[in-house]
Write a protein that binds this ligand. Structure first.
Ligand SMILES: NC(=O)C1=CN([C@@H]2O[C@H](COP(=O)(O)OP(=O)(O)OC[C@H]3O[C@@H](n4cnc5c(N)ncnc54)[C@H](OP(=O)(O)O)[C@@H]3O)[C@@H](O)[C@H]2O)C=CC1
Ligand SMILES: O=C(CO)COP(=O)(O)O
Ligand SMILES: [Zn+2]
Length: 350
């Protein structure tokens, strides 16, 4: 088959991951700062945790620090307004997923390199080209830019509540149902498919499932393992040019919960619940998947997050509507209440 479609792929040119990796930030910024100033985008807590330290490490580099809130269109517009008279040459995201996404999207929009400095391994967006910027209605990732460099200091990430690490692990473990959906779409709908991206993505899930015993509170090694697979998951998305390798029906369920009411659940926890029901519908070993989530301490009962049975049933029933162009095991019409309820009951989500 002659490939006449040119696909561009971009990968980080530097990745520092480990204890005290943050000490490399000055060299990394110098290498990526073309001209002008560095812009640091962070949050209140994460400024204290890491942003302040980065300021001390940056020598003879002009920089601005913006402390912001959630990843919304309004916050993004606030950032752009704040920097409109500045000459920004590189954007550094220091924080959890929301700060990383705001920095990633800002860098993409102004056309400068993005440096990812995660303070929590809470999902694979910290190393992917995708950014979730909410418009107040739903939260789907949009194309942004792959980090030019990633500085993942496991000693800082270890300070995040363990729940963040478990959620990040779940986000990667759930790649297994995403790839199954992608294969289904390739066979049934002729969707473009990258076997390389699919194999990498499946590997990340299997690696975390097989080493689930290594994912425990208080262990820096757990952070290292999760972050390593998050990096690989982001690479799979960069190769595919979409989030397909890491986002299928399980993510549609998660996004539907974001719209209908996610209670106190984090992204990775929503995705964990979604992957159980997806794997049940795909005819896979959802029981092994459930045991893995239990082992790493991820709750998969909706009520534990204050999500009612009705919301969970509705979310599963309409999830396919969130991304009609992305064919998955959920099909193209609403699941009946009866079918959705049965699937959620069998997998123990309600
Ligand atoms: N791009 C993608 O592919 C994806 C993006 N997302 C997006 O990511 C966001 C969720 O990311 P998530 O990381 O869960 O949440 P946030 O980035 O919102 O962080 C949640 C809270 O945790 C704090 N925090 C971060 N790191 C630490 C730490 N080491 N110790 C203590 N507190 C810490 C943050 O501090 P502070 O207040 O300083 O920020 C914040 O108050 C959402 O916006 C979601 O849409 C979700 C999935 C995929
Ligand atoms: O969360 C993601 C991958 O883990 C991004 O996926 P979406 O494209 O569904 O937002
Ligand atoms: Zn995800």
């Amino acid at each position: 088959m002659i490939f006449n479609k040119i696909r561009s792929m971009h990968f980080p040119n530097d990745v520092f991951i480990g204890h005290n990796a943050i000490v490399n930030i000055n060299d990394v910024v110098k290498k990526n700062l073309r001209s002008g100033e560095a812009l640091i985008i962070t949050g209140n807590k994460t400024y204290e945790l890491a942003g302040k330290y980065i300021e001390k490490l940056l020598d003879d580099i002009q920089y601005n620090v913006l402390i912001v809130d959630g990843a919304s269109i309004d916050t993004l517009n606030f950032i752009k307004n704040e920097i409109k008279n500045s000459k920004i040459g590189v954007v550094i995201g220091v924080g959890g997923g929301s700060k990383i996404d705001l920095a990633k999207k800002t860098a993409a929009d102004i056309g400068v390199p993005f440096i990812s400095v995660p303070t929590a391994p809470s999902h694979d967006g910290i190393a992917s080209p995708r950014a979730s910027i909410s418009d107040g209605k739903s939260v789907l990732s949009v194309e942004a830019v792959m980090p030019s460099a990633i500085v993942a200091d496991t000693s800082i990430m270890l300070k995040a509540p363990y729940r963040f690490a478990a959620a990040g692990a779940a986000d990667v473990i759930a790649n297994i149902t995403a790839v199954e959906d992608w294969r289904l779409a390739y066979r049934l709908k002729g969707e473009e498919f990258s076997s390389t991206a699919a194999i990498i993505s499946e590997y990340t899930s299997k690696e975390l499932m097989e080493n689930a015993n290594m994912i425990q509170p208080g262990m820096e090694e757990s952070i290292w393992l999760i972050t390593k697979e998050i990096l690989a998951s982001g690479t799979a998305m960069a190769i595919a040019g979409t989030s397909r390798p890491a986002s299928g029906s399980e993510h549609l369920f998660a996004h539907a919960l974001e719209v209908l009411g996610r209670g106190t659940s984090m992204h990775g926890e929503q995705v964990a619940m979604g992957s159980l029901v997806s794997m049940y519908l795909q005819g896979g070993d959802w029981i092994k998947l459930k045991e893995t989530y239990k082992k790493i301490g991820v709750q998969t009962k909706a009520s534990e997050y204050g999500i009612s049975d009705d919301i969970a049933i509705k979310a599963l029933s309409i999830a396919h509507r969130l991304r009609p162009e992305r064919y998955t095991i959920l099909g193209e019409t609403d699941l009946s209440t009866r079918v959705a309820e049965k699937a959620l009951k069998i997998t123990g989500i309600i």
